[in-house]
Design a protein around this ligand. Structure first.
Ligand SMILES: [Ca+2]
Ligand SMILES: [Ca+2]
Ligand SMILES: [Ca+2]
Ligand SMILES: [Ca+2]
Length: 720
């Protein structure tokens, strides 16, 4: 049976329609039709900008014009061979633009020690195809499958004459062969494999017991066992490859879907990559744990990361000969590393993981607090935008129902005099929060950024937030997941207590998981384009993955959000800095760490009821109610429409009518809405909004007041 699972933009497919033409021969074909109903052209800032309905992505790539695209990720059963993908455009319209299309902004680096602005002659590249695609092997919903990633370009641009070709319909035909042999009965003996040097075996044992009790069947294996061929015959030309072949065997023989690596660079080897970023002239090898997770390529072969077999791994434009290895990139298992350097560190993090899950941290009241830290990452962008705050705000908008704690320059908190800026960060984290988003500049041991427009000042004052500050955090069991949009913060190869890890190694608090890069972080220009592409796109994919998965009410792990962020990022048309971003994006933590429960969300609460006419500074009460399909207890969050919220109140029994009061400082029109969360931490959508406005004032009074004001202002004019 042919089975096509459409993941991702289901909305688009429903609009476009899908038709099956299953042939009885081995070669089968699948026809997909995409229609694009409307193209809009805006002329602004001397450029033309196009938007197209039914697209879901913007192609933002160095040396290219920015065009909207549609990315579709299709999955096929493991072992499927994709023979061919063809695209036929129809209903083509032609437009001439007034101005040139806007090109992707120059890339910038989010490092705190230097910012390069090299002179670079740009030869714009034009799109000459309607589609590009790649075929890979990856993990989707805990099942390994063949992934076909298609990017459609409904608008092609010819810069000579500013001409747009717009195809209102693109028909895609996929020819493929199902696996000739039925995959052998799925082996499902273990879920999690913990790999470490034997030095740590004793300290890891309580984690294996804990995981097994939580129905995650766990097996601990030492590196010494791997090299001594205790379980599987050894294969591979160096330790890293031998470890990777061992993981492949564990996937095939035991059915594992997650691997936890324990040990810093000296204790547990890492695969170094070889990517040359010509624009910045950077050729720094950096470690990539994705190497251990990307086990198979699209042909179901071992993904060696050395396709040209010269014993230099993960090359991109590398060396005198500018060699490039073909890399699949899609993880086939979830992975995480605990770069512990001694037994004490192992015991610390093992205890933190056990406590976090035993407490069901994701159901605790502090979990829905979100700390965001950022300011003006690039002080010289032409729009005067504080990029860090801009990115933080997108994170706030993505994590609906989380209560933001903004440590910013614009509200004076991050830029406060020393040590007040640092204290703001300590206080926010020590109160407890589920997530922290840092957006700015980084180094292996620190994070720092600028006040708006002031290049020579670093905040928080005097010299940023570093690992010595992280060591002072005392948030106990209230442990966040930290996402670092900055350079080098997870560079465990040069610093065995790098910033990303320092949160996890703190025995008195800190964090439970972190994500950041092991090399330079890149961004597209300054200004609002920062959120498109490279490290900030990846960090936002983490939040998006968390939000989308928990809203479905499924059980979510730290490894799941990492895997989904990567799947969401990878697209057929990528450049060198995309490869650097994907390969360097480091997960620290236990990939099976639970961060959300599987439960049905409460029903959307009723539209709030209460007065619709209000006066400033007076307290008004509003009520609402909802039920939970599982009968769980419920918490409520009112959004008062003036930038304030009630915070989560509760717990209440399912079906209870609940009340909450608020006063508004100023006259105005406000929308009040309410959201519900069950005791498993699963949220409903927002309710319909109740519109309120100021109390109608008596007209005659207004008229007299108006006349009096006129007289007074005339008198003022006369007397001056
Ligand atoms: Ca190579
Ligand atoms: Ca793969
Ligand atoms: Ca800026
Ligand atoms: Ca529920």
């Amino acid at each position: 049976m042919m089975k096509i699972t459409v993941v991702g933009s289901i909305f688009i497919l429903l609009l476009s329609g899908i038709s099956f033409t299953t042939a009885s021969t081995t070669l089968q074909s699948e026809q997909l039709t995409y229609t694009f109903s409307k193209i809009s052209i805006n002329e602004q800032e001397g450029y033309s900008k196009i938007t197209i309905d039914e697209t879901n992505h913007l192609l933002v790539q160095h040396d290219r014009y920015m065009v909207p695209t549609l990315i579709e990720t299709l999955t096929f059963p493991q072992g499927t061979t994709i023979e061919n993908v063809e695209c036929s455009p129809s209903n083509i319209a032609y437009f001439t633009l007034e101005n040139s299309l806007q090109m992707t902004p120059l890339p910038v680096m989010m490092s705190n020690d230097f910012i390069l602005t090299p002179g670079h002659k740009r030869e714009p590249i034009m799109l000459d195809s309607w589609v590009s695609y790649d075929i890979s092997s990856g993990l989707r919903d805990n099942k390994r499958c063949v992934i076909l990633n298609i990017e459609l370009y409904p608008a092609r641009y010819d810069q000579t004459g500013h001409m747009i070709q717009f195809a209102q319909q693109l028909d895609i035909q996929i020819k493929f062969k199902e696996p000739s042999i039925e995959p052998t009965k799925t082996i499902d003996e273990y879920d999690l494999l913990i790999l470490s040097p034997s030095l740590f075996s004793e300290e890891i044992q309580p984690l294996i017991v804990h995981k097994t009790e939580r129905a995650i069947r766990t097996r601990g294996i030492t590196l010494e066992d791997i090299y001594a061929e205790t379980l599987f015959p050894i294969q591979g030309r160096d330790q890293q490859e031998q470890i990777k072949y061992f993981i492949k065997n564990a996937v095939e023989q035991w059915g594992i879907t997650s691997v936890l690596l324990v040990g810093g660079l000296d204790e547990f080897p890492a695969r170094m990559t070889h990517i040359y970023v010509s624009y910045f002239d950077v050729d720094e090898p950096f470690p990539s744990d994705l190497y251990y997770a990307d086990i198979y390529d699209g042909q179901n072969e071992f993904s060696s990361w050395d396709s040209n077999q010269n014993d230099i791994f993960a090359e991109y434009d590398w060396g005198d000969e500018h060699l490039t290895d073909e890399i699949d990139l899609y993880p086939d298992i979830n992975i995480g590393r605990l770069p512990c350097i001694d037994e004490t560190e192992v015991t610390t993090i093992v205890n933190k993981i056990i406590t976090y899950e035993a407490n069901k941290a994701w159901t605790q009241e502090w979990f829905t607090d979100l700390v965001v830290i950022g300011a003006d990452t690039f002080t010289d962008d032409t729009f005067g935008i504080s990029e860090g705050e801009y990115i933080n705000q997108i994170v706030i908008d993505t994590l609906q129902g989380f209560i933001p704690n903004k440590i910013w320059d614009s509200n004076g908190r991050l830029s406060a005099p020393a040590p007040k800026g640092l204290n703001e960060i300590y206080d926010a984290i020590n109160k407890g929060c589920g997530f922290i988003d840092f957006s700015g500049h980084g180094y292996h041991d620190m994070f720092a950024t600028h006040p708006n427009g002031v290049e020579n000042i670093w905040i928080p004052k005097p010299w940023g937030f570093d690992t010595s500050h992280v060591a002072k955090l005392s948030n106990g069991d209230k442990l966040p997941i930290i996402i670092l949009g900055a350079c080098s913060t997870c560079k465990f190869d040069v610093n065995d207590n790098c910033l990303g890890w320092s949160f996890l190694s703190n025995p008195n608090g800190g964090g439970i998981g972190s994500f950041g890069v092991t090399t330079f972080g890149y961004a597209n220009g300054g200004g609002k384009k920062m959120s498109e592409g490279f490290i900030e796109e990846m960090t936002m994919n983490i939040f998006k993955a968390y939000s989308e998965m928990t809203n479905k009410g499924v059980k979510v792990s730290l490894g799941d959000i990492w895997n989904n962020a990567l799947i969401d990022y990878i697209s057929p048309m990528m450049e060198v800095r995309d490869y650097a971003t994907i390969e360097s994006f480091q997960p620290f933590g236990d990939p099976t760490l639970q961060i959300s429960d599987g439960s049905n969300p409460p029903e959307i609460p009723e539209k709030p009821t209460g007065p619709t006419k209000i006066e400033p500074e007076k307290l008004y009460t509003f009520s609402s109610s909802t039920t939970d399909p599982d009968g769980d207890t419920i918490y409520y969050l009112f959004d008062w429409g003036d930038g304030n919220s009630s915070g989560w109140i509760g717990p209440y029994e399912s079906g209870d009518i609940i009340e909450e009061s608020h006063s508004w400082a100023e006259k105005g029109r406000y929308s009040i809405r309410v959201k519900a969360r069950d005791n498993n931490g699963v949220q409903s959508d927002w309710s319909e909004a109740l519109q309120i406005s100021k109390q109608k004032e008596i007209n005659s009074y207004n008229f007299i007041k108006h006349v009096l004001e006129m007289i007074r202002s005339n008198l003022n004019v006369l007397s001056s």
